[in-house]
Ligand binder design. Structure first.
Ligand SMILES: NC(=O)c1ccc[n+]([C@@H]2O[C@H](COP(=O)([O-])OP(=O)(O)OC[C@H]3O[C@@H](n4cnc5c(N)ncnc54)[C@H](OP(=O)(O)O)[C@@H]3O)[C@@H](O)[C@H]2O)c1
Length: 272
């Protein structure tokens, strides 16, 4: 992987997970800096990964060829505007913020700089992430490859051709770990209603999810409906459960939820 000087502005959950993946992939700690206003997360990053840290975003700018904008979307305007005190020409920007279009980020940064939008998810922490990416036409092919390598160090990557596609990535992958957690929570609660202790209920549902996820990944030649069919005996218990989910409108509910995520991303683009 190409080793640019890479700065993370905002040392929160997502930055930590990407930094962890990069270090495990052999990216030199000397080439990574994280900046954050408060010190506890910086201290932990320095201790765990040996990277450079700073409380100054200006220092991050001066250090880096490529800058990951990793603060909450609501903080992005103020933070980017303050970066304008630095010479930003020749910098490549990687934004992981939900809802903020390239044009808006460029306006916040005060220039037509190359920006890649990245939508990662929290399983990146375990190297099992899914990141969708969009590059505006100012980003070179070599820089796209660089960003692909960076995010590839924490999981799988896909590129979308149109910027709106990023909102679909949010719905399908950025936010979706939470949908699975919610589903499991409901299953855990019902298992407890059936008399299981909380930890046993959790053990059963999490192992079933892990096994199901592994089966999905290891059987790319099988449709998801075929994997379901393998569990489902005619007239049996699985059919009774799945028919209930289907009859109660699971597909429609999931579609509505994903459209709500897209709608919220569109709303944030207008508000921020
Ligand atoms: N979490 C997810 O599942 C997920 C998935 C995809 C994308 N994202 C995006 O990733 C971004 C970061 O999310 P996160 O979950 O990592 O949030 P987070 O853990 O809250 O991290 C944000 C960090 O930014 C720091 N910060 C605040 N103002 C700053 C400033 N002016 N300069 C530098 N750092 C500043 C915060 O520091 P203090 O804590 O000291 O205030 C905090 O450490 C968001 O834009 C979000 O949309 C998140």
């Amino acid at each position: 992987m190409q080793q640019k000087k890479l700065a993370f502005i905002g040392a929160g959950n997502m930055s930590r997970s990407i930094i962890s993946g990069l270090i495990q992939s052999g990216y030199s700690q000397e080439n990574i800096l994280a900046s954050n206003p408060s010190t506890p997360k910086l201290d932990a990053l320095k201790k765990d990964f040996g990277i450079h840290t700073s409380q100054s975003n200006d220092e991050a700018c001066q250090f880096a060829d490529a800058i990951v904008l990793a603060v909450k979307p609501q903080m992005m305007g103020e933070m980017c505007q303050a970066l304008q005190n630095n010479n930003l020409s020749d910098k490549l920007f990687l934004s992981i913020a939900a809802g903020l279009p390239v044009a808006r980020l460029q306006a916040m940064l005060g220039g037509d700089y190359p920006v890649v939008r990245i939508m990662p998810n929290t399983p990146s922490l375990l190297g099992k992430g899914m990141s969708g990416m969009y590059a505006d036409d100012k980003v070179s092919a070599a820089d796209k490859q660089y960003v692909d390598d960076v995010m590839g160090s924490v999981g799988e990557t896909v590129w979308v051709e149109q910027e709106e596609g990023i909102n679909g990535v949010i719905a399908a992958a950025g936010s979706s770990p939470a949908y699975f957690f919610l589903f499991l929570q409901a299953m855990q609660e019902e298992a407890m209603n059936m008399g299981f202790e909380k930890d046993i209920a959790r053990k059963m549902v999490q192992q079933a999810m892990l096994g199901a996820a592994e089966m999905v990944c290891h059987n790319q030649n099988l449709e998801l409906s075929e994997l379901r069919a393998q569990v489902t005996s005619k007239g049996g218990t699985t059919a009774a459960a799945c028919n209930t989910l289907i009859d109660e409108g699971l597909s429609d509910t999931v579609a509505k939820a994903m459209r709500a995520a897209v709608a919220r991303a569109e709303e944030m683009a207008k508000q921020l």
